[in-house]
Design a protein around this ligand. Structure first.
Ligand SMILES: O=P(O)(O)OC[C@H]1O[C@H](OP(=O)(O)OP(=O)(O)O)[C@H](O)[C@@H]1O
Ligand code: HPA
Ligand SMILES: [Mg+2]
Length: 183
């Protein structure tokens, strides 16, 4: 799917496919350096993080493992309910592992603060976070996010894994939707 498949549903592109690729390459280099000689478990948060995880993992030289967790706090709306549910738990045991949570977006920060706490309680050697997008509300939550793709303003975004009512995840860029789509 691309901009031309969106009719007039696309308002604007905020981050292009090329910008995403370039930034992921930089983040992967940092992660390779930081985890050199250590075992690394990437934890992708379904479904939004599928694209970041797939592209970041392929930029890494580190032989990292990948595991997945599904949590949901948004449902079909555009604001977080704050109630996080585990829909699918990890297969891996986190005891003494170096864990890197991979996210598409940190918005209110509610999902991640709950998730980081949950994973930390499982006895890992370390837990860090990599997100493609961080939004300004996240500053109000006490979160330590080590790897950040882009800081974007407080607008609802879609693409590169991010959905509106489960659609637009398969756009290769990140953008906003025209107001008529929400009505
Ligand atoms: O910082 P927050 O305000 O908590 O929002 C961020 C979370 O919300 C989205 O997931 P969602 O629950 O929509 O599930 P999805 O990944 O399947 O779209 C997104 O992928 C993050 O996990
Ligand atoms: O801006 C957003 N877009 C899509 N999903 C989201 N989940 C939290 N914030 C967003
Ligand atoms: Mg969502």
């Amino acid at each position: 799917m691309d901009a031309k498949d969106m009719g007039d549903d696309l308002e604007k592109v905020l981050v292009t496919e090329e910008q995403i690729k370039a930034r992921l390459r930089e983040l992967a280099a940092e992660i390779d350096a930081d985890y050199a000689g250590k075992d690394l478990l990437l934890v992708g948060v379904l479904k939004g993080a599928v694209m970041v995880m797939a592209d970041l993992a392929r930029e890494l030289h580190h032989p990292a493992e990948m595991d997945w967790m599904a949590v949901s706090s948004y449902g079909a709306g555009t604001t977080s309910s704050g109630v996080v549910r585990i829909l699918k738990d990890l297969d891996a045991d986190l005891k003494d592992r170096h864990v890197l949570i991979v996210e598409d977006v940190i918005d209110s920060g509610l999902t991640l603060s709950w998730l980081a706490g949950n994973l930390r309680s499982r006895g890992p050697a370390s837990v860090e976070v990599c997100t493609m997008v961080r939004k300004p509300l996240a500053f109000e939550v006490d979160l330590d996010v080590k790897y950040i793709g882009f800081d974007l303003p407080n607008e609802f975004i879609v693409g590169y894994g991010l959905d509106y009512a489960e659609k637009y995840r398969n756009l290769p860029f990140i953008g906003t939707l025209a107001p008529h789509v929400y009505r």
